[in-house]
Structure formats: C-alpha cells, structure tokens
Ligand binder design. Structure first.
Ligand SMILES: NC(=O)c1ccc[n+]([C@@H]2O[C@H](COP(=O)([O-])OP(=O)(O)OC[C@H]3O[C@@H](n4cnc5c(N)ncnc54)[C@H](O)[C@@H]3O)[C@@H](O)[C@H]2O)c1
Length: 474
C-alpha cells in the first residue's frame, strides 16, 4: 500500500503523444486544463452543461488567468479546440475524459455536494454504453476519499481506467502552477497503471503514484494546512500588534528557519506534545494578552485543548481493548534519552490510566528514581506521588504485562526490547520506525496509523464508504 515516487525523464512530456481529449466542466480548473493540454499539442473538446459558459468562451470574453483567453481563441480558430454542451458530440471521439466539475460544499452542513460530479459520470456512462466499449477517465475535481474508488468500481457503470489526479493550482497563477505544481500525485487503479496520465499531461517532474484514497486525502490535507497557516499567522500578528511588535519582521525570521519551522519537523503522526518548553511557552504566549477582550486567539488556545484530547482518546482506546492486568509503558519522559518528566504527555497518560483503575508500570532507564525522592521543584508533586512505586528497571516485569504501550521508539533503549514484545498486545504511541518488525511478532496497533500492507486502503475505503452513505448529493 506504500506510495512510490517515480522520476519521469526530462524529455518525456515534450515528445508526448497527441490525443483527443474531452474536458468536462469548464470553470476555472477546466479552462486552465484545456489551455495546458492545447500547449502540449492535444486536440480538445470542452464540455459544459451551461449554455452561458459556452457562449462566454465562444465570444472570447476575457478569462481571469493571464494568456488563457488568447490560447483558447487561437485554438478555436484553428479547430484544435471545440466547445459543446452535448455529451455525445464531445465524448464520441475522445480517448479520455478529464472531469473538472465543481464539488462545492452544501450550504446545509458543509458536506461536499457531489451531484455535479455524479451527473457528469452518469452522462459519460450513458455514452460509453451506447456508443463505445470503454473510456478512460481522469478526475481532477477535489473529492472526499472513497469517491474515485466508487466511480472506478463500476457503481455507475464501467469505464476503462480511472485515475484521480488532484489539481494544486491557485487562481491568479494557475498556468504557472500547472506547469510547475507543488505536488504531482496520481491515485492509480489497483494495477498501478499510471503511464496514460503522464502521456496526457507530459509531466516532467517527480510524481507520486498511490492508491486513490491517499491522493484524495493529500489534496484535502494540503488545503487544510494552508488554511491553518493563514489563521496561525493572523493570530500571531494580532498578538504582535497588541504588544507593539512588528509582525512582518517576526514572521520573516520565523519562516527563514527551514530546519524546524518550514520543514518536516514535528509533522510525523505520533503522540501529544509535552516537555519543558512547548506547553509552557505556548501558555505564556496566550497569557501575553490574557484577560483582555482583544486579541481573541481561538486557534492558539485550542492547541492545548486538542493536545489533551489526543491523550484522552488514547485512554479510551486502551479501554476499548478490554485488557486486564498490568499495563506497561516503554518510556515515561517526554522524549527518549532525556529523563525529563516535566509536562511529559506519557506521565499524563499514565496518570489518567491509573485514575481509571489500571495498574501501570513504566520502564524508562533514563529517569532517575532518586530524583523523584528529592523532588526538585520542577517535578510536579503528582508525578512523584503516582510514579514512585511504578517505575521499573526490570524488563522481566514488562513480560508479565497484558498490554505494552510504546512511548519511545524501541531502538532508543540500550537493551533489546523486540524479544519482550513477542506475542504481546502492543499499542504504539510514537509511530516507531520499527513498527513493521514489531507487527510481525506482536499484536500491533498504532494510535493513528496502520502498518500492515493493505491496511491503509481497507481502512480508508471503509471509512469513506461510510461517509459516502451519509452524504446527500442534491
Ligand atoms: N478553483 C480553483 O482554484 C481550484 C483549484 C484546485 C482544485 N479545484 C477543484 O476543481 C473543481 C472545479 O473547480 P472550479 O473552480 O473550476 O469549479 P467551477 O464551479 O468554477 O466550474 C465548474 C464547471 O462545471 C460545470 N458543470 C457542472 N455540472 C456539470 C456536468 N454535469 N457536466 C458538465 N459540466 C458541468 C459548471 O457549469 C461549471 O462551469 C472543484 O472540485 C474544485 O474544488 C479548484
């Protein structure tokens, strides 16, 4: 189920094959796709159900993206572009249909309205049934995970190959973004066949080939991430303005750090954050404007709320496993090899489990038992109270546990841990890099990920199908 990344040869796209292509849905995305495909030498028919849209395009009225109107007008004159509202005419000779119809959120509940997409798919299927054996389809509209598989599995009738190829263009720089997208990712059928999409688009950069649901999810995650970055920056700028600090300068310097800030750092699925700095300094930042009406900081405030929820949901997860006997935690400090218990999320988790009546022991050789006795002021008293009797230096006692929680990667311990996990029920909190090895010998679960091959597809599809069942398409 792993995605693969391929590098397409530099010259490939330039010599790409010419095809007859139908682009369905002539909004922003459809039009920019047409312009791009024309530039690569294809013959294109643009199809839209809106007479008004077709009239607008025939009339050569200006399009918002630079160069697009000129390209379309010249292709219309030369006959390399045709426009139509008639599915039969538009699709009859095409070897592939590229779907770019809108998937707006419904006003009632925000769920994506897929009715335009399903109408387009149904109309295409009718033509396939009547006039031809097969039709390849590339879906470019943004859709919830599971949608492409739904279409590809013949829920509406059988196409040829179906691919999901999400679009990452931004309005205003769409042509530039199509030529040089931030990500190229193709959700491919089970066979992994993707070459046709490269033939169509003549892509020259690295491309991820994945199952449909990963590609569908990546598109949503990117936009959610962008939205969060905008809101985060706006909240920071509000605090800065309140304190009379230049927010432009602050963000300029913050964004110049490619090691920890604008990087993969802290972005691996895992457990809640903790330690002596992140919770303390985030709280301090919130207190800078504490007690005043302005500025309101809902995103920053809810980071801590969400972090605590992550710990609480793990307690629920443990409860759902219905294990009896002792629970063993591998690691207690906030990160491996520090021995620092300050604001450790694993201490919080252990405390919650203990208050729920579980017997919990923790193995963490980097934590000095003696330190807890002396109780330096920075170690909270609840830590001392809860953990004094429960920190163990004996791996043997872990062997008797009914469930082992991996808080620190097992390779961070000096002693070999893998043999202890054999045959045990294991809940991985830290996304252990050795998870596949652990899963091979233990009954393994990750708090937010699956590790056995095939799991990703099955789990996301099941979830997506459930979501789709509850979706109204009108
Ligand atoms: N706008 C962007 O910058 C952008 C960027 C990336 C992805 N997307 C995604 O691409 C998709 C299209 O976005 P857009 O902004 O171009 O949408 P849009 O609403 O501007 O255009 C959609 C077009 O599809 C036509 N249409 C509707 N039903 C149809 C049918 N059954 N058959 C043929 N045509 C039909 C409509 O008449 C309209 O002209 C959406 O899923 C969107 O989320 C948009």
């Amino acid at each position: 189920s792993k995605s693969i990344r391929i590098r397409v040869s530099e010259t490939y796209g330039r010599q790409g094959c010419r095809m007859k292509i139908c682009v369905v849905g002539l909004g922003h995305v459809g039009i920019v796709n047409i312009a791009y495909l024309l530039e690569r030498g294809h013959i294109v028919t643009g199809l839209d159900v809106s007479q008004e849209r077709i009239r607008h395009l025939f009339a050569g009225e200006p399009e918002p993206e630079p160069r697009v109107s000129e390209l379309l007008s010249s292709a219309l004159r030369s006959g390399r572009l045709q426009l139509s509202t008639d599915y039969l005419k538009a699709v009859e000779e095409a070897s592939v249909a590229i779907i770019c119809v809108g998937t707006p959120q419904s006003e009632k509940d925000g769920i994506p309205n897929l009715s335009f997409l399903y109408q387009a798919v149904t109309s295409l299927i009718e033509i396939v049934k009547k006039k031809r054996d097969t039709l390849d389809v590339v879906l470019r509209s943004t859709v919830p995970p599971g949608t492409t598989r739904n279409i590809a599995s013949g829920a509406f009738g059988n196409f040829g190959n179906v691919w999901y190829y999400p679009e990452f263009l931004r309005e205003g720089s769409a042509i530039e973004d199509m030529n040089d997208p931030p990500i190229r990712i193709i959700g491919a059928p089970k066979t992994g066949y993707y070459q046709r999409v490269l033939d169509i688009y003549g892509e020259t950069g690295p491309v991820y080939i994945t199952e449909y649901e990963i590609a569908e999810m990546v598109k949503y995650v990117c936009n959610a991430f962008h939205a969060m970055k905008v809101t985060f920056t706006n909240e920071i700028s509000n605090v800065c303005r309140y304190l009379g600090i230049d927010s432009n300068r602050v963000m300029e310097v913050v964004c110049s750090d490619n090691k920890l800030n604008m990087s993969k750092a802290y972005m691996r699925p895992g457990f809640a954050f903790g330690g002596s700095c992140l919770p303390k300094d985030l709280t301090a930042l919130l207190r800078l404007s504490n007690g005043r009406q302005e500025p309101e900081l809902p995103l920053l405030t809810n980071i801590i709320v969400s972090n605590d929820l992550h710990i609480r949901s793990t307690v629920r997860r443990v409860r759902s496993l219905a294990v009896r006997g002792t629970l063993g935690m591998l690691g207690l400090s906030f990160k491996p090899n520090t021995g620092d218990l300050r604001d450790s999320p694993f201490v919080k988790l252990g405390n919650m489990l203990i208050s729920e009546g579980y017997h919990v022991i923790a193995y963490d050789p980097s934590v000095e038992l003696g330190l807890l006795d002396v109780e330096p002021t920075y170690i909270q008293s609840d830590v001392r109270k809860m953990w004094q009797g429960q920190l163990t230096k004996s791996l043997k006692s872990l062997c008797e546990c009914s469930l082992l929680l991996i808080a620190h990667p097992i390779s961070s311990f000096r002693t070999p841990i893998l043999p202890i996990l054999k045959g045990k029920h294991v809940l991985d909190l830290c996304n252990d890099p050795l998870r596949e090895q652990i899963a091979a010998i233990a009954d393994y679960e990750g708090v937010g990920w699956e590790c056995r091959s095939g799991c990703v597809r099955n789990v996301s599809l099941a979830k997506a199908e459930e979501a789709l069942k509850n979706t109204s398409y009108s």
